[in-house]
Write a protein that binds this ligand. Structure first.
Ligand code: HEC
Ligand code: HEC
Length: 209
């Protein structure tokens, strides 16, 4: 992704660093709400829709940002994400924007504290990129952060439970290509063969376990 993102605490949300925070609760929230779009090693998250947060904050740490400053940046980002041009088929543009206020109040502080305590500690950790067409691997890496599917062992809660929905192949394929109101579009993010593979995997395994 060639988009240049600027880390700046613009102060719009007001500092929350110093407030009590439950980082373990923050980790669980991150896995359910943010992992579908972001890579963060400490959460086992491998989403690729938004920036890799280990890379973003390794850079911030190397520039001397303290954990408290990172906490405020993440908290501001949750309240006021940037809205950038979205172009599904152009790799130089984002394929989705980050929705505002995915978590609120104390939950937002807990997530921000978890990210601040962990992101970028292992600088530039290699992103796990699935290059093959193993539907299960693609599902776990790209979809499991948002969707529960027993066969894949994923427990995301942002999107519908696929075991209950049991969507047929054409429905999954269409959804993966175009995305939804919240779900990002994967056209251009995954190869066509990978979209077919993950759609086939979901259609064949949802509700089977
Ligand atoms: C639907 C996908 C999506 C979800 C879900 C999502 N983000 Fe994002 N995030 C993005 C995108 C796209 C960007 C880059 C554009 C922007 O800054 O708004 C981004 C940017 C960021 C940044 C700034 C990183 C940088 O390098 O500038 C942080 C921090 C962040 N997100 C944290 C979170 C947290 C914490 C959550 C969960 C509460 C979350 N995101 C959920 C898509 C998402
Ligand atoms: C950032 C979270 C997120 C990610 C990542 C995500 N989804 Fe979704 N998904 C959703 C949400 C939310 C919905 C409900 C529709 C909407 O608002 O986007 C949804 C809906 C669906 C549906 C239901 C479509 C219908 O017509 O009922 C299917 C099937 C689906 N997703 C499959 C996938 C697959 C396969 C992947 C991985 C390639 C994936 N999703 C990745 C959040 C996500």
């Amino acid at each position: 992704m060639a988009v240049v993102l600027i880390l700046a605490a613009c102060g719009t949300g007001g500092p929350v660093s110093g407030a009590p925070a439950d980082k373990e609760h923050g980790r669980k929230l991150f896995q359910n709400v943010c992992a579908g779009c972001h890579t963060l090693a400490a959460a086992g998250a491998r989403g690729k829709v938004g920036p890799n947060l280990d890379d973003s904050f390794a850079q911030a740490r190397s520039e001397g940002f303290k954990e408290s400053a990172i906490l405020d940046i993440v908290h501001d980002q949750i309240k006021f994400p940037g809205q950038y041009p979205v172009q599904q088929n152009n790799p130089d543009f984002l394929t989705a924007n980050m929705p505002a206020n995915l978590v609120k109040g104390q939950d937002a502080i807990d997530v921000a504290a978890f990210v601040a305590a962990n992101a970028g500690l292992k600088p530039f950790a290699a992103t796990i990129v699935v290059t093959g067409t193993n539907g299960k691997q693609i599902f776990v890496a790209e979809c499991g952060g948002c969707h529960t599917l027993a066969a894949a062992g994923t427990t995301g809660t942002r999107g519908p439970k696929l075991d209950a929905l049991k969507p047929p192949f054409p429905v999954v394929k269409n959804q993966v290509i175009h995305g939804g109101a919240v779900m990002p579009a994967f056209k251009g993010v995954l190869k066509d063969a990978q979209i077919n593979a993950v759609a086939k995997y979901v259609a064949e395994h949802a509700g089977q376990k």
